[in-house]
Design a protein around this ligand. Structure first.
Ligand SMILES: N[C@@H](CCC(=O)N[C@@H](CS)C(=O)NCC(=O)O)C(=O)O
Length: 212
């Protein structure tokens, strides 16, 4: 069976949501990054970069980097990915890179300064909060008038949604981004998202905006 080394964070949940939506059997193994499990030699042998998520197949294949894992699973199953080489495929790749390089790292920095180290650097709090708002503006523009990031649901939903679920951490008011809010709430109702969200164990219900 596929093993997913993961923790209760957006990058980990990307993959458990994908596996649930794809209906692929897997075992979620907890790597407690708050205790430093990611630095254990056994885990470093799987991912020298010391980060979850890591996917290990029954035949020993190891795949690291959440968005590479999403691409791997989509190609393996032939689901949630446009046909290779089409315009939709390149659109998908463009937004996957956008998530990996911006709507992930920038929100992570916002969490670091606004939530976990508040008061240490006003400049950084403002900088990353402003960047979070800017990225939500881009996402809202993209989702306005369409149900999904592409014409149909794709791995982009799995890559982006878990980061939006942290809206309280980056102090973004979802009601200011109605297209994002609508998309977020619709996906939250899917059983695959609900089950994937509580891997490797449940911490809290999926956060909902106050007026939802
Ligand atoms: N680019 C990596 C980032 C993975 C990542 O940042 N994982 C975090 C949890 S969401 C982690 O393992 N942090 C532990 C650490 O930095 O020591 C990916 O997308 O897989």
């Amino acid at each position: 069976m596929t093993t997913l080394y993961t923790w209760t964070t957006p990058n980990g949940r990307k993959i458990s949501i994908a596996l649930e939506e794809l209906g692929l059997p897997y075992e979620a193994r907890a790597i407690d990054i708050t205790k430093g499990d990611q630095n254990d030699a056994d885990f470093r042998a799987l991912n020298p970069n010391g980060k979850i998520p890591v996917l290990v197949e029954e035949d020993g294949r190891i795949v690291n980097e959440s968005n590479a894992i999403l691409l791997y699973l989509a190609e393996k199953s032939g689901q949630f990915v446009p046909k290779h080489g089409t315009q939709a495929y390149w659109d998908m790749l463009e937004w996957l890179m956008w998530q990996a390089s911006g709507f992930g790292p920038m929100l992570g920095q916002a969490h670091h300064f606004l939530r976990y180290n508040r008061g240490k650097s006003e400049y950084s709090e403002q900088r990353f909060h402003a960047e979070a708002e800017r990225l939500y503006g881009i996402l809202d523009q993209k989702l306005t008038g369409q149900a999904y990031m592409l014409k149909e649901m794709s791995i982009l939903e799995f890559a982006i949604w878990p980061w939006v679920s942290r809206f309280e951490h980056h102090e973004v008011d979802l009601s200011a981004y109605p297209a994002v809010c609508d998309w977020y709430l619709r996906l939250a109702e899917r059983p695959g998202f609900a089950k994937g969200y509580i891997q490797p164990f449940e911490v809290e219900p999926i956060p909902l905006p106050k007026d939802a």
